[in-house]
Design a protein around this ligand. Sequence first.
Ligand code: NAD
Length: 309
Amino acid sequence: MDKIKNILICGAGLMGKNIAYVMAGKPEYIVTLYDSKDQDPREGIRKSTRELVEKGIITSDEVEDRLKRVHFTTDLDHQAVKNADIVIEAVFEDIEVKRELFKNLEERCSAKTIFCTNSSVMSPSDISRNLKYRGRFVGTHFWNPAHLIPLVEIIKSDATTDDVAQTMMDIFQSVGKKPVLCKKDVPGFIANRMQHALWREAIYIVEEGIADAKTVDDAVKYSFGLRLPQLAPLENADMVGLDLTYNIHKTVLNDLCDSHEPSPLLAKLKDEGKLGFKSGEGFQKWSKDEQEKLYSDLNKYLIKMIYDK
Ligand SMILES: NC(=O)c1ccc[n+]([C@@H]2O[C@H](COP(=O)([O-])OP(=O)(O)OC[C@H]3O[C@@H](n4cnc5c(N)ncnc54)[C@H](O)[C@@H]3O)[C@@H](O)[C@H]2O)c1
């Protein structure tokens, strides 16, 4: 792979801005954000990094230094598109919007440019289906907030070359992320498959009247949730023994939710307009103050866990 210098990020929304901040952490990189809507993405980046500055993890001069390497355009014929070594797409979660964008990019970028999609759930094989050079297309799934959460899942499509996947692993490692390789293009990739297996069971416990929503969340927060960052599932299984794990599974798996459809309780709440924070009630009621506190507590917790500050 030739030397990487020019990074183009398509979509300057919540994810695109924070990914731009991450990529600009490497002084050799010039980052350009492209969005169909005109804006100054630097304000958003300053806002999301405010807590990092307050905690002394980065100085405001260092943030400004990164921002000098972050440019913005609404023009797909801009030189930064032609010169891009890597494109990271973070536009709306709509397959036709993404396909159209990559088709336009393919007409403008070099055949060697690596194309990445940040889609949360869409298959990189499907998004890239009609492209000419499919080997250079790969899923790179950042987690929100992208400037804090270390994980980036690198998802190989049915055509991604090993070289391209490895290059992106190396690049994200070099900007301080924790890249992991998802060898097969499957829905939910690695982490969301596990997360939603847990959510399905959590909702089922409420639905079955075993415990209410707050109790379910407390049971996680005050037990295995607390030790998960230090003791992940398969390490934990090894620690307690695979013979014991086998016996537990023989007893409990038969009783767990194994539905292949979203839960009827989830559907009912959704149909009643109980959508969570956005309507003020979901599984629980949420005032504006409670919502803000949860966001703020989450960021503080993440900073403490990641930076020990
Ligand atoms: N928000 C999350 O928690 C999260 C987490 C992981 C992955 N993702 C994925 O990242 C992507 C972006 O999500 P987001 O939350 O940043 O969305 P967002 O709505 O905040 O931002 C999307 C941006 O893309 C721009 N855009 C839309 N179509 C465009 C086009 N054709 N050309 C150029 N710009 C265009 C919009 O103007 C907007 O600024 C989605 O694919 C989403 O699934 C989101």
